[in-house]
Write a protein that binds this ligand. Structure first.
Ligand code: KIV
Ligand code: ZN
Length: 511
C-alpha cells in the first residue's frame, strides 16, 4: 500500500439508523446475526442502537456488546445524563466501546424543535460530551442537521465539543439536502476555521433524499473526512443512508484517486447485503450498484462481444471482488453434504455444524419436491436460519381449497409451545385469505394486513415462491416471510411468522 494512502474508518449504522426505516425493525436475534456479519465484513465501528429508545433497544445493544468482538461497539444518546448512562450500561460488556452523543444545531431545529438559543446549544453539547467522557475516552459528537446550520455557528460548536473531549466529530447531512461541491466547502471551512480540528477525527453521515448520499460522503473524504457512516444496502430513515457497499467499492475501485482505503473485506459485501435484505424484508433493486442482480449482467450484443474479448471492456469490478460467486452448477436430491457445504461456502456463508445440519435436512426435503436447486434456493435455506420460526406457534398441517368464483376454504392445525394443539377452519376470498382467518381464529390476534408480496426465488416451474406479509398491530408494523414450493403454504407460514413476532414483542414488553 502506498504510504500516502489514508485509512478511512467504516462506521456502520444499519442497526440504528438503518433499523429506523419503516418496516425494517429487527428482533434481537436478527440484530445479533447482522452484527456478527458486520464484524466479519470488517467494519471498524458498529452503531448497535439507541438504548434509551426502549428496553428492547437497550437489550439488543447489550447483546451485541456481549457477543460481538472485533469492531468498536457504539450506542447513540441525546445530550442528557439518563440517555448516556443507558448507553454506558448497555455497552459495559464490550471490549471496545464508544458513546455517540448528538444535538441539533440548525436554526430550523433550534427554533422549531428544541426552542433553544445558540449559547444553550453549545452548553448542552459540551455537557453531553463531558458526561460521556466520564465513562470512556472514545466519544463522538454529531451536530444534527449540520449541513443546514450557519457555518460560523457550526464551527463554534465543533471547537467547543472537541475542547470538551470529543474524539470524533461527525458532520451529518440529516435531511439529504447538501450537494457535493457545497459539502466540500463546508468541510474545508471547518478545517480552516476550527483551531483544534486536528484533535478529532472528522466523520461524515449522509442521507439519500436527493440520491447524493454516496457522492456527498466521497466528497467529504476528499475534503478530509476519515470516517464514513453508512448502512448495508443504504437502508435508513426516509430514502435511506449512504450505502456501505457502494461507498466502499468506490474507494477500492478508485484507490489512486481517493488515496484512501478501508478495512472492509469486499468479498463479504454480497452475502452481508443478502442477509440484511432477507432479515429486513427490504428488497435490493435489481439495478442497484455493486450488489443488485443486474450489477454484473451484460445484455446488449456489443457489450457481450466486448466481455468475451476481455472483461475489463465493460466491468470496472469483478463479481468475485464483491463476493458474488454465481455458478451454473445445479444441486439435486443426489447431492451430498460435501457438495452442499462447498456451494454454501462459495456463496459466502459460514455455518456452524448444527446450522449446516439443519440446512442440509431442509435441502433434502426441498430436493424431494424440486428437481434442481439453484443458488437462490440455497441462499434462501441459509438465510432463513436462526431468528425465524422461533415460535410460539408452529404450523402442523394445512389443507386448502379454492373455487373458480374466487371463494376459498382452509383448515389449519397449529401447535403452541405450551403443548396446545388447535385446529381451525375458515372460508374467505381465496385459500390465502381463508388460511389467514383460520390463524386469526386460533391465535386470537387480528393484525391489519398492509401489504402482501409474492416473488419467485429462482427460475423454473417448480421454483420456490417467497411470500412477504406486512401488517400493523397496535400501532407497530411487523413483517413475516417464508419460501416454499407452494405459494399458499408460503403465505400461510409468512402470516404465522407475523403472529409469532407480535406475541414475542408482547412478551418482551411484559418482561
Ligand atoms: O441523520 C442524523 O443526523 C443522525 C444523527 C443522530 C447522527 O442520524
Ligand atoms: Zn441519520
Amino acid at each position: 500500500m502506498p504510504s500516502n494512502t489514508d485509512q478511512v474508518m467504516i462506521f456502520d449504522t444499519t442497526l440504528r439508523d438503518g433499523e429506523q426505516s419503516p418496516g425494517c425493525s429487527m428482533t434481537q436475534a436478527e440484530k445479533l446475526r447482522v452484527a456478527k456479519a458486520l464484524a466479519e465484513l470488517g467494519v471498524d465501528i458498529i452503531e448497535a442502537g439507541f438504548p434509551a429508545a426502549s428496553q428492547g433497544d437497550w437489550e439488543a445493544v447489550n447483546a451485541v456488546a456481549r457477543e460481538v468482538r472485533g469492531p468498536i461497539i457504539c450506542g447513540l444518546a441525546r445530550c442528557d445524563r439518563d440517555d448516556i448512562e443507558k448507553v454506558a450500561s448497555a455497552l459495559a460488556p464490550a471490549k471496545r466501546r464508544r458513546i455517540h452523543v448528538f444535538l441539533a444545531t440548525s436554526a430550523i431545529h433550534r427554533e422549531l424543535k428544541l426552542n433553544m438559543a445558540k449559547d444553550e446549544i453549545i452548553c448542552r453539547a459540551v455537557e453531553g460530551v463531558r458526561i460521556a467522557r466520564e465513562f470512556w475516552d472514545d466519544v463522538e459528537f454529531s451536530p444534527e442537521d449540520a449541513s443546514r446550520t450557519e457555518v460560523e455557528f457550526l464551527a463554534q460548536v465543533v471547537e467547543a465539543v472537541i475542547d470538551a473531549g470529543a474524539t470524533t466529530v461527525n458532520i451529518p447531512d440529516t435531511v439529504g439536502y447538501t450537494v457535493p461541491h457545497e459539502f466540500a466547502e463546508l468541510f474545508g471551512y471547518l478545517r480552516k476555521n476550527v483551531p483544534n480540528i486536528d484533535k478529532a477525527r472528522l466523520s461524515v453521515h449522509c442521507h439519500d433524499d436527493l440520491g447524493m448520499a454516496v457522492a456527498n460522503s466521497l466528497t467529504a473524504v476528499v475534503a478530509g473526512a476519515r470516517q464514513i457512516e453508512c448502512t448495508i444496502n443504504g437502508i435508513g430513515e426516509r430514502a435511506g443512508n449512504c450505502s456501505l457497499e457502494e461507498v466502499v467499492m468506490a474507494l477500492q475501485t478508485r484507490e489512486t484517486f481517493f488515496s484512501a482505503r478501508t478495512n472492509i473485506n469486499s468479498q463479504r459485501l454480497y452475502p452481508t447485503s443478502r442477509l440484511v435484505a432477507s432479515i429486513t424484508g427490504m428488497p435490493i433493486p435489481r439495478n442497484k450498484a455493486v450488489v443488485g442482480e443486474n450489477a454484473f449482467a451484460h445484455e446488449s450484443g456489443i457489450h457481450q462481444h466486448g466481455m468475451l474479448k476481455h472483461a475489463s471492456t465493460y466491468e470496472i469490478m469483478r463479481p468475485q471482488d464483491v463476493g458474488l460467486a454465481r455458478s451454473s452448477l445445479v444441486l439435486g436430491k443426489h447431492s451430498g453434504r460435501h457438495a452442499l457445504r462447498e456451494r454454501v461456502k462459495e456463496l459466502g456463508f459460514e455455518l456452524e455444524e448444527i446450522e449446516f445440519e439443519r440446512v442440509f435436512k431442509e435441502f433434502k426435503a426441498l430436493a424431494d419436491k424440486k428437481k434442481e436447486l439453484f443458488d437462490g434456493d440455497i441462499e434462501a435455506l441459509v438465510l432463513r436460519s436462526e431468528g425465524t420460526n422461533s415460535g410460539p406457534w408452529a404450523l402442523v398441517a394445512l389443507r386448502t381449497r379454492s373455487e373458480v368464483d374466487g371463494g376459498g376454504a382452509a383448515t389449519i392445525t397449529l401447535l403452541h409451545v405450551d403443548g396446545a394443539k388447535l385446529e381451525r377452519s375458515a372460508s374467505g376470498d381465496g385459500p390465502v385469505d381463508a388460511a389467514f382467518k383460520a390463524i386469526e381464529d386460533a391465535t386470537g390476534l387480528r393484525p391489519a394486513l398492509q401489504k402482501f408480496e409474492l416473488r419467485s426465488l429462482t427460475e423454473g416451474e417448480d421454483a420456490q415462491g417467497e411470500a412477504v406479509v406486512y401488517v400493523n398491530y397496535n400501532g407497530r408494523s411487523y413483517r413475516g416471510a417464508s419460501a416454499t414450493t407452494d405459494i399458499v403454504e408460503s403465505a400461510t407460514r409468512a402470516f404465522l411468522e407475523v403472529i409469532n413476532r407480535i406475541e414475542q414483542s408482547q412478551r418482551a414488553q411484559l418482561a
